[in-house]
Write a protein that binds this ligand. Sequence first.
Ligand SMILES: Cc1ncc(COP(=O)(O)O)c(C=O)c1O
Length: 407
Amino acid sequence: MSGNKVQKGAIGKNPEAHKWRAATQAVRGGTNRSGFGETSEALFLTAGYVYESAEEAEARFAGTREGFVYSRFANPTVTMFEERMALLEGADAAKATATGMAAVTAALLCQLAAGDHIIASRAMFGSCRYIVDTLLPRFGVDFTYVDGCDIPQWKAAVRGNTTVFFLETPSNPTLDIIDLKAVADIAHEAGARLVVDNVFASPVLQKPMTFGADIVVYSATKHIDGQGRCMGGAIVSDAGFIEDHASNFLRQTGPALSPFNAWIMLKGLETMDLRVRQMSRNAAEIADFLADHPKLSKVFYPGRTDHPQHELAKAQMEMGGNIVTIDVIGGKDKAFRCLNGLSIIDISNNLGDTKSLITHPTTTTHQRLSEDERLDLGVTPGMLRLSVGLEDVQDLREDLSRALDLA
Ligand SMILES: Cc1ncc(COP(=O)(O)O)c(C=O)c1O
């Protein structure tokens, strides 16, 4: 198994792994058995590694001999997770991180420098907005927010010093769909890289690199674990970007994924395909059921024909995803009554879990934005974001019906 050196084409221990279909890669990709021949991936819960000799230590540090040196740089269990993630994305390489936000921060900071300019879609997870509009400017990186769905705005925002484009599709919580290919083309024409936060779609439903994205980032905390146990993240890209930018940045700054969490993520990946597809089927059924509900002014779901970018969603995503956003008539009070009336679906701001979870973005994930900023993003006081899980969909419908009757 390689240490922290990434070789193009060397992903996965089985040389045929890149030819496997995604469900096979999710179960077997990257697996590297120890001498004990274990069936399940081994958990190497170790911070350091010992060397046969002083010369061996010197050679490993110099990179002239393959092998692990320290788990902040690389660890066998974490490497298995990274190789599996790269295979699933159809990419050369991946680096794992402690959280999704560590992946976003590292993917941007490792390539940006003072004097650069970044263009980002404004409909983005709150912490990602903080990185773009508060953290990066402190280090001399200028930014422009655009309406990500309005393609000419991306082109108009390009400057001579634009080096990165950054977006999330579907977006949180309004599920806007951004045309990945159109934005990638503009980025490449400008000599910039496109970074895509693919959390809402998950690696099962959308492969941004096939539409031209250069770097894909994940919160593995969501569908990849998918059972609410661990935090984690990943940066997936070509070997050049990972070697020249991400690896060294992560090695020196240290947001490494714990081997234990990597092991959980490996196990999560094995069932991700099944989970995400069933959760999406459940979500589609819930969206249809809620579509004409008299207590709701709007239902947002990319898999429905009434979604304004349904055709684009169909072109980019295999299914509509497991998130359904609704707008309860009467604003916050009515939305709260609905939340408090639920008995199966939990009030929680996480998503992608086997348990159905619901949150009120105005008072949770988007609380720090001003009211004007929220309304600009389409986040209304009655809005609820539902992450549909794996429960029996009839139970979920009954739970939502009962709760909406109270609204
Ligand atoms: C779209 C999106 N990106 C990034 C993150 C950050 O992930 P984490 O919480 O694992 O740091 C989240 C978490 O909610 C998210 O929803």
